[in-house]
Ligand binder design. Sequence first.
Ligand code: KIV
Ligand code: ZN
Length: 516
Amino acid sequence: MTEQPRVLIFDTTLRDGEQSPGATMTHAEKLEIAALLDEMGVDIIEAGFPIASEGDFAAVSEIAKNSVNSVICGLARANYKDIDRCWEAVKHARQPRIHTFIGTSPLHRDITQLSQDAMAEKIHETVTHARNLCDNVQWSPMDAIRTEHDYLKKVVEIAIKAGATTINIPDTVGYTIPRESAKIIEMLINEVPGADGVIFATHCHNDLGMATANSLAAVEAGARQIECTINGLGERAGNTALEEVVMALKVRNDVMPFRTGIDTTKIMKASRLVSTVSGFPVQYNKAVVGKNAFAHESGIHQDGMLKNAETFEIMRPADVGLTDTNLVMGKHSGRAALRQKLKDLGYDLADNQLQDVFVRFKALADRKKEVYDDDLVALMRDTVAGEDLDRIQVKFLRVICGTEAPQSADLILTIDGKDQQVTAQGDGPVDAAFNAVKKLVPHNARLQLYQVHAVTEGTDAQATVSVRMEEDGRIVTGQSADTDTVVASCKAYVGALNRLLVKRDAGRPVSYKDVG
Ligand code: KIV
Ligand code: ZN
């Protein structure tokens, strides 16, 4: 039997995913995600954009040093400074890759004020330079889908001649449809001289909800690398979701006979980790990893499931690493049970971390009779969020609320190790608590989003609160969970402020326009 063609999985959660507004990750969080991606069989990890900041450079370098099986890739714009910096970071990997790109569509040529010929020359120079440093070079014509086909063919040929080994065709704005995505890949493979010596990649954004379909169509047309992110994290509506393309190739192997090297039983763990770290909750009905992806409520469905799971499920929960979720924890559960349960959920904790979580778990179990998996995930999210971002902490909060306005909040924050107390009033308990925080930590950040989710059912359910704030173009999110919604709100707000302080220290993001 002939072996099925292999499709390479290129994960860009740490680069394109981390670029999505508010999804900033700490150094330790990036290393943890990279280790898991490597372990689950991701072929290429795009670890960051080394020129963007000292933090990005340090993360890419360390991920490169720690890498085991994956190729480690860094992003660079079309200039020598970016490419040199990228090489300095990725060169520590067993298998390094430089990924350099430039916007080739008329809109992008206009922004960079380069004529077609001047841009072609720049592509030749920069890809040659990258290839002189590294044997493995990926080149991307950003906004390829909206680039004139003749010009696209011309620049792809130039990049191949200059030494690019992978040509990535991005649908930067999520504009294409499956038939067009396939046609462009087919055209390049058939008409560009030298195309048979390189790998073509597809990189799709999800603005019209077609990223996964467009990626799969590109594979059918000959692309052999799919760029994607865990949970589809990414700018705007995000990217192709790793879990969707990998499971689609697995489940529909009959009509798409391609294989990937991904251990799918690690998918749920990766999804939970990225959700925890990015602060982006996974929507309930998200394909493959959503809370409802394997839930059956209607009588007919439940009956069918009991008789034969295949009646209403095209994959088994265990295929993506979902273990039995019925084991409910309570106040009598001990450390060993908690450790095992967290392990099943994808959290491998050191003894000191377990101790901290155990104390929080007991406090929760005292307030809540049954602690479900989702409660524990929320608790972990809260613990991880609090670990690195501890310049400001909520020490005490008491709110007086009810039918008589105004509501008032007494608050103690520990700021850089010193307790500070204040009382403030507001229009409702959350407003009062936020006003109290603002009195102690004055700022000009604008609240863009305030969202409350009940994690489980019942009036004693934990609430997860998400807060998104913006200051001078910097966007941050904070999340917290508690059985008291006002406490969770206050902690989420403080969490976002902590992230803002981290972002202020890190400086401004770099611009794609700067190619010179
Ligand atoms: O979407 C895009 O065009 C990108 C490029 C940098 C490859 O992310
Ligand atoms: Zn992208």
